[in-house]
Design a protein around this ligand. Sequence first.
Ligand SMILES: Cc1cc2nc3c(=O)[nH]c(=O)nc-3n(C[C@H](O)[C@H](O)[C@H](O)COP(=O)(O)O)c2cc1C
Length: 175
Amino acid sequence: MTMANARILVVYYSRTGATRKVAQSLSDALSCDSEEITEAGSRNGIFGYLRSVMEARRQIPSCIAATVRDPSLYDVVVIGTPVWAWSLSSPVRAYLLANRSSLPAVAFFCTLGGAGSDQVFGQMRELVGKRPLDCLFVAARDVASANYGPRLATFVEAIQREIENGRSRAATSAA
Ligand SMILES: Cc1cc2nc3c(=O)[nH]c(=O)nc-3n(C[C@H](O)[C@H](O)[C@H](O)COP(=O)(O)O)c2cc1C
């Protein structure tokens, strides 16, 4: 597999737009498909905030809408979430629980106020049951000021390198 023919999907949830912005930058940089995880209800206001904290802390998956793209048709799925209460957001938890058996190689990214990315990546890795190709966290203030280009480029390069390495391994084992 080469970058030229690799099929990559970016899947993400975003409550207030920061994770969406990073996801769009990623799908542009990787020239790949993307899909936003959505829900029927609203998380606006203080009650939406508190419900989000409670679900994240108790590790409760939320009720998400059916997704359109089948992750098993891709070579790499890049999954993005906001950090909620030092935990994975409940919509992305629901997505991973629903799709973990059909996920190919994965990479993770998150946006956050300041702390909790290690815990979130640990939870994602545990749910998926495999080591990510790479992980990226971006502070919300850096998203707002569009100050994440170099770190995003490093993440993209790491994914591209893993894809190429996978090709090398396949070529070696076939030889
Ligand atoms: C319910 C809730 C809990 C949050 N908990 C944390 C946290 O534990 N650590 C942190 O650094 N940021 C926390 N944040 C901030 C978000 O992770 C951050 O603003 C993120 O970029 C929002 O992404 P979004 O705009 O895609 O929804 C929290 C935000 C919300 C709404």
